[in-house]
Write a protein of this length. Structure first.
Length: 180
């Protein structure tokens, strides 16, 4: 024990001890105002890409233009269209052109492919079976969907910031939309 003035030990009454008077609770600072996000995911963060494959470049381009116009004017998802073969007179589908279109729209969140007719479907399936050989990005999914309705649903969902699964589901849901 220490002594003050040589006679008495230091004694602090309990009521004067620092622990007897806890500090008043601090109110947390008010949160900073965060700006409201705009509709859809900002382009900087990337979106799911959509590729439309047809026997006719004109048909693919028209379906793509329709889908983009219905998705809204602000920062649309990446969409590529391809049709026909490597030669303008070739009505077939070029796997090289489909692979290039797939790479073009890839932003790191996946790509959904839609095809119109049987030959385009067969080409896309063969391309996906050897995806590594063709340098396709990962992941790439083939939508079992009607061409125009599926394209509109896929592009709208991708533009809104949907993930790969949501974009694929939106395209495929178009089969279940009755028109009666």
């Amino acid at each position: 024990m220490s002594r003050r003035d040589g006679a008495r030990a230091d004694v602090i009454p309990i009521s004067d001890a620092p622990s007897a008077h806890p500090p008043a609770p601090r109110t947390p600072p008010s949160p900073a105002r965060v700006p409201k996000p705009k509709a859809g995911r900002p382009p900087l963060h990337g979106r799911v890409g959509v590729v439309l494959v047809s026997h006719s470049e004109e048909v693919a381009a028209a379906a793509g233009a329709l889908a983009l116009s219905l998705a809204g004017p602000d920062a649309p998802a990446p969409v590529a269209t391809t049709g026909g073969g490597l030669d303008d007179r070739d009505p077939g589908i070029s796997a090289v052109l489909v692979a290039a279109a797939t790479r073009r729209v890839d932003q790191g969140h996946g790509v959904v492919l839609l095809a119109d007719l049987g030959g385009a479907v067969a080409t896309v399936r063969a391309l996906l079976a050897s995806a590594d050989e063709h340098g396709l990005p990962f992941p790439v999914r083939f939508a079992d969907a009607p061409f125009v309705e599926g394209a509109v649903a896929a592009v709208a969902t991708a533009t809104a910031g949907g993930d790969l699964s949501a974009v694929l589901d939106a395209a495929e849901e178009a089969y279940r939309q009755r028109k009666d």
